[in-house]
Design a protein around this ligand. Sequence first.
Ligand code: FES
Length: 104
Amino acid sequence: MSATWHPAGSLAELTEDQPLTASVAGKEIGVYKVAGAYYALEDVCPHAHALLSQGFVEGDEIECPLHGAKFHIPTGRCTKEPGGRDLRSYPVRVEGDTVLVALD
Ligand code: FES
């Protein structure tokens, strides 16, 4: 089955320092740019309710704004507690000025 791509936002809103906070088909998704590549991760921190894309980018990691858990952006792996578990990651592609994410 081929993936369904959903628009997540405009490329102009996404920089290496500033992830994109998106609501895609009812799901909160954070879109990141690291070393020129794009990544999409589930955005609600598994520890409590914070949006990770509103946190702090440090190299290839995102730090939760609430209690400081860290996740590796390219893989979603939890690298510092209290994240609790790894994040789900989703395929991303760019078409023109639009960032697209596949959720299935
Ligand atoms: S809500 Fe993210 S570390 Fe607590």
